[in-house]
Design a protein around this ligand. Structure first.
Ligand SMILES: Cc1ncc(COP(=O)(O)O)c(C=O)c1O
Length: 450
């Protein structure tokens, strides 16, 4: 099979059933990103590095747009999942709008030319400065999460003489069956307003000259690997919309949030068409502009984290590969116990993975922990995996590293952040350079002059 082709092949292929998952695939035992051999990328940009496939981003975006086309939704890519300006620009050019949660994210999307009137500004704790920034930018919807925030938004809009539009984020008390730290739609979490208090908030503050409160917003968690919680949450919210309309409020939009799952392992998540099949009938004919806020489902499989084995060793019964990538680049395993498929970049034909399964056990593999150099036992990328034997200098790919990876990276242990490389076909370009030792101390050096 040629690199970049869509044909399913026997390797850790990019195609699952009839849906394209990504464009990382083995060709003659060498991992390619689109048409670029990954070892060439390592040679040119060094390791550790994030390697993104442009085509995976755009195809996944298109797949989502096609799945929900009947509703003609506003697709607000969730910037927090992967925020690089060049990625935001790529998706903006594809037609995406944006979901932002801070003044920093807002300034990013304005820089790539986003139409602010189609941007949603979420977040449970917007500062006064961020609210002002959003009003001055002409944000489409402020997704407000409390009575106090709504009152604050009203004051700010009045002070600036700029009327705004808002959605009330409701908490539907639905279990998304995901990690507790990323569960956001259950009552015991800090997000939104209880569904049964929504009418009260509208009654108290829903009629004023400065904030048009004409929408509801939900986001139940991430990743949500089944469709059921969406159906439950949307049904409950539609009932509240019915009541609000009966109370005389004009409700024109519903933002159903993000959280759609993705295949960290082959076959893990429903397809985007599966989500749409369950959700679209609920919203058909509801007289609502529908907003969706996908992040991970677009970005997760659009990148690998590329690391090089520094050392291997045996300690007690365990074998270790110590690589130059660490929790500083990918904190998800340590933070959420997340599993990422890890595999050598170059393998013999008999070790080309038939699927991305963390429990894959091919003949001739050895059980190994893949760990980073950071001084924490929690600094691991994968534990107890059966990998082809690896040795010092080998490259490893940590798959599905496009979402909540680079954005959560840190400089802990004074490690400069890794570069981000974007591949388009047979071209690779740097979209964020590797940080330097000067970058590590720049804000400290300049602070002494103030
Ligand atoms: C309000 C809101 N919308 C959208 C998202 C994006 O979620 P995901 O990346 O899982 O699609 C999040 C993630 O935390 C969120 O908090």
């Amino acid at each position: 099979m040629s690199p970049g082709s869509d044909e399913p092949g026997p390797q850790g292929k990019g195609t699952e059933g009839n849906r394209t998952v990504d464009h990382f695939r083995y060709v003659n035992g060498v991992l390619h990103c689109e048409a670029m051999p990954v070892p060439d990328i390592a040679h040119r940009f060094g390791t550790p590095a994030f390697v993104y496939s442009a085509r995976t981003f755009t195809e996944r975006y298109d797949e989502l747009a096609a799945a929900f086309a009947e509703l003609d939704p506003i697709i607000c890519y969730s910037v927090k999942s992967c925020q690089n300006l060049h990625i935001c620009r790529l998706l903006h050019e594809r037609g995406a709008s944006f979901d932002v949660v801070s003044g920093g994210e807002l300034s990013r999307v304005l820089e790539v030319g986003a139409d602010p009137s189609r941007v949603v500004f979420a977040g449970a704790g917007k500062t006064d400065a961020e609210i002002r920034q959003g009003i001055e930018a002409g944000i489409g919807w402020f997704n407000v999460e409390s009575q106090q925030e709504l009152e604050n938004l009203t004051r700010s809009a009045q002070d600036l003489g700029r009327p705004v539009r808002a959605a009330l984020r409701v908490n539907p008390d639905v279990d998304p069956e995901t990690h507790a730290y990323t569960t956001t739609g259950k009552q015991e979490t800090k997000f939104g307003v209880d569904l049964d208090r929504a009418r009260d908030v509208f009654a108290r503050s829903g009629r004023n000259n400065w904030v048009t409160l004409s929408a509801l917003h939900l986001h139940i968690g991430s990743p949500v690997d089944t469709v059921r919680p969406y159906v439950e949450a949307i049904r409950k919210t539609l009932e509240v919309i019915r009541q609000l309309r009966a109370d005389g409020f004009e409700i024109t939009a519903l933002d159903i949030g993000g959280g759609f799952g993705v295949d960290y392992e082959t076959g893990q998540a429903p397809s985007l068409a599966d989500y749409a099949r369950a959700i679209v009938p609920l919203l058909r004919g509801a007289g609502l502009t529908v907003i969706v806020e996908p992040g991970r489902t677009i970005s997760a499989n659009a990148a690998i984290l590329l690391g090089r084995v520094l050392y291997t060793k045996q300690s007690g019964a365990r074998q270790y590969a110590i690589v130059d990538a660490a929790m500083t680049e990918l904190i998800r395993p340590a933070l959420y116990g997340a599993s990422h498929f890890v595999w050598p970049v170059a393998v013999g034909e008999d070790h080309v993975p038939s699927a991305r399964k963390c429990d894959l056990k091919l003949p001739g593999t050895v059980q190994i922990d893949v760990v980073g150099p950071v001084c924490e036992t929690g600094d691991f990328l994968a534990r107890g995996r059966w990998l082809p034997p690896v040795t010092r200098g080998d490259l490893l790919a940590i798959f599905s590293a496009g979402a909540y990876a680079f954005v959560m990276s840190s400089q802990y242990n004074s490690r400069p952040r890794a570069p981000e490389v974007l591949v388009e076909g047979d071209r690779a370009r740097l979209i964020r350079r590797r940080e330097t030792y000067d970058d590590l101390v720049e804000a400290e050096r300049t602070a002494t002059h103030q």
